[in-house]
Design a protein around this ligand. Structure first.
Ligand SMILES: [Zn+2]
Length: 293
């Protein structure tokens, strides 16, 4: 292939990606930069305006939840430094689930710093058996790769990371291996119980998607409802989302910066239950929608 043909081929692939329906998720990611902030005590936010990345300072290394969108690694690294933390201190990454908008920088951290990657057993299996369901192919960079996690997470696991003990559950639905987990964070005086839910999106529960993956009776929607019920009554004082919209994170952040002496808007012992109940009702409505049956 001549250089000219190679270049024409490159432009063709680029045009196809730019015109695709997912292009907005991968173009100009710098415009989604959010100044990082301390959510509460040893819990920090270093994600962008769409996909969350949280860090817990465990006293013996940093524990990171999710690794950002594919293509956003440089912005993430900048955010971690800007927060006053050192990316090299990230010892562990816990992935909410196996979709490309959450594992973007995981390979980078492992290769660069030896960070250990934790992913649920079902999504690890998905990487091996149905890698296309990770949607890595839409990232726009064919050098983005899947990986084998260092540790597979199972339902009911309890693991310790420095001073932070985490209770894990599997909450299948959005993917088969979404995780939920619960742990304490502290400001040095008080402790607050965090709840994390690894995937609420209905994109993978639409009729066309389920049929494509062979779930022709839409079983996964019932599984999604059961997962919400399974963890709904956990004690949660701080609801940690994996997409900002789930807790209106950007507005809460603004409020907190404008009124630093007001009560912390992220502390709310009803938010978790309310949001999970809302998703339950919305899923029931989707299941009753004639266009989705
Ligand atoms: Zn997802």
């Amino acid at each position: 292939m001549s250089m000219k043909t190679e270049y024409a081929d490159y432009l063709h692939r680029q045009r196809e990606l730019k015109e695709g329906s997912n292009a907005r998720f991968f173009a100009d990611q710098e415009s989604r930069y959010v100044e990082p902030f301390q959510v509460y005590g040893n819990l920090y936010y270093v994600g962008d305006s769409w996909v969350c990345v949280h860090i817990v300072d465990t006293g013996d290394g940093l524990l990171m939840f999710d690794a950002g969108n594919c293509g956003a690694s440089a912005v993430l690294i900048h955010s971690i430094w800007k927060m006053g933390l050192n990316p090299e201190d990230v010892r562990w990454i816990i992935l909410s689930h196996g979709h490309m908008d959450h594992f973007g920088a995981a390979n980078f951290f492992r290769r660069m710093f030896g960070t250990k990657i934790y992913l649920s057993e079902p999504d690890s299996r998905m990487f091996r058996e149905h890698p296309e369901q990770s949607m890595v192919q839409i990232s726009g960079n064919c050098m983005d790769e899947l990986f084998t996690p260092d540790v597979e997470i199972h339902d009911g696991d309890v693991m310790e990371f420095g001073n932070t003990r985490i209770q894990f559950y599997l909450v299948p639905g959005h993917t088969e291996g979404c995780i939920a987990c619960f742990f304490d964070v502290t400001d040095g005086k008080e402790k607050k119980r965090v709840g994390y839910y690894g995937g609420f999106g209905f994109n993978t529960l639409q009729k066309s998607f389920l049929e494509e993956i062979g779930d022709t009776s839409y079983e996964m929607r019932k599984i999604y409802l059961n997962s919400l019920r399974k963890v709904r009554d956990e004690k949660v004082e701080l609801f940690m989302p994996n997409h900002t919209a789930d807790v209106d994170l950007l507005n809460k952040r603004r409020q907190m910066l404008q009124h630093p002496d007001a009560p912390n808007p992220f502390l709310d012992d009803q938010a978790w239950k309310k949001y999970l109940d809302g998703k339950y009702d919305k899923m029931r409505a989707l299941m009753e929608d004639p266009a989705q049956n």
